[in-house]
Design a protein around this ligand. Structure first.
Ligand SMILES: C[S@@+](CC[C@H](N)C(=O)[O-])C[C@H]1O[C@@H](n2cnc3c(N)ncnc32)[C@H](O)[C@@H]1O
Length: 360
């Protein structure tokens, strides 16, 4: 039976504050996304206090829209305002997290997920009522935003932090090895590795023809000869994976949203050479909600999971593990796939992911 307790007026008051704050931040997420996509933050980062006309002129955008956007950001305490001259400025301390120049610190990139998710709200609601999932094809900008996301969070630290997780790996890549990236998306990581290590051979596999098209376009643009991309549904990878072919296999944020994650992991185990390494990046949940309650981006990750990761898997009649399946479950799946050595690492700049170095 539900316990009867007295209504706490202070708690209620605080909660309305939380809700109003959420409403404002939801709105700002869209404005930040537009600031990123339109290049407005980049433009403003090179300007001192300026009028909306000057900012719109520099950015080559419509002044009326730019002015309304600036008002939202002034009320959101992102942009500073000088009333007398009606001038706006993006302070350097804010530009440090909102511009392309900020590299891996550009949080504006992630704000794009608000619109990516909003686009499928009707379909998600239908799933709440009827079950099932929303397929990748319903998300018009997912692969583009994902490529930008991993381009920023993985590419920027590939040589400095990620490759060093496996001692001697850079030397092996220099000497020449075979590497496979599973669920490679738009292939930016593989293309960068192929450029850095011309002696090695790289393969990327993914379900999405759109993502593989983008990956191949970049390969051609870079003039690379040592990389191939294959469109493949990996749900049966446990049966179809080549046997002991690769020295290094990677997955970047790509296991939990598979239709059949265990089959994919079994396929990776099968495709890996005896002394090969499987390097896996996945979301840093714990598998316990009581612990994840305090995750610094818990609401964001569970929301992205509900409105993307879990549902795209369910749309494949899959398991729908969800982005926050967590470390305990990840290790259990890796063991069930036949791996015996699993080492979890954290990168200090990366609050979102765990990095597992896995051996047969
Ligand atoms: C979150 S994205 C990560 C993409 C890429 N690794 C990156 O970091 O940019 C997950 C990828 O898994 C792919 N995927 C999902 N289900 C799949 C399946 N059944 N077979 C092959 N790839 C699949 C998606 O197309 C998507 O590109």
């Amino acid at each position: 039976m539900k316990e009867i307790y007295s209504f706490d007026a202070v708690k209620a008051e605080n909660f309305t504050g939380t809700l109003l704050d959420t409403l404002n931040k939801m709105a700002l997420a869209f404005m930040i996304s537009i600031g990123h996509r339109s290049g407005l933050f980049d433009t403003m980062s090179h300007m001192d206090f300026a009028t909306s006309l000057q900012i719109a002129g520099q950015a080559n955008l419509n002044e009326r829209y730019v002015r309304e956007w600036l008002c939202a950001l002034v009320t959101g305490a992102i942009v500073e305002y000088e009333a007398e001259s009606k001038a706006y400025r993006l302070p350097a301390e804010h530009a440090a997290f909102l511009t392309r120049q900020a590299g891996a610190d550009n949080i504006g990139v992630f704000m794009q997920y608000a619109a990516v998710m909003g686009e499928v709200e009707d379909e998600i609601l239908k799933c709440f009522q009827e079950g099932g999932g929303v397929p990748y094809s319903k998300y018009h900008r997912f692969h583009e935003v994902m490529a930008e996301d991993s381009g920023q969070s993985v590419l920027s630290s590939l040589e400095s932090h990620i490759l060093p997780l496996v001692p001697g790996l850079t030397d092996k890549l220099n000497a020449g090895i075979k590497m496979l990236d599973v669920g490679c998306g738009s292939g930016r990581i593989i293309n960068k590795l192929a450029l850095l290590f011309p002696q090695s051979q790289f393969t990327g596999m993914d379900l999405s023809s759109e993502a593989i098209f983008n990956a191949k376009a970049e390969t051609s643009q870079l003039g690379l000869q040592n990389v191939e991309f294959i469109i493949k549904d990996l749900s049966d990878f446990h049966d179809t994976a080549p046997v002991e072919q690769y020295d290094l296999i990677t997955t970047f944020d790509a296991i939990h949203d598979q239709g059949k994650p265990l089959n994919v992991l079994k396929g990776i185990q099968r495709a890996l050479k005896q002394d090969g390494i499987y390097l896996m990046q996945d979301i840093s949940g714990t598998s316990n909600l009581e612990e994840d309650k305090n995750h610094p981006i818990g609401p964001f990750l569970y929301t992205v999971s509900s409105m993307h990761c879990m549902t795209v898997s369910l749309a494949q009649n899959g398991e729908g593990l969800g982005a926050m399946w967590g470390e305990a479950m990840t290790k259990e799946y890796l063991k069930r796939a036949g791996f015996s050595s699993i080492e979890k690492n954290k990168l200090t700049h990366d609050i979102q992911n765990n990095w597992y170095v896995v051996k047969k």
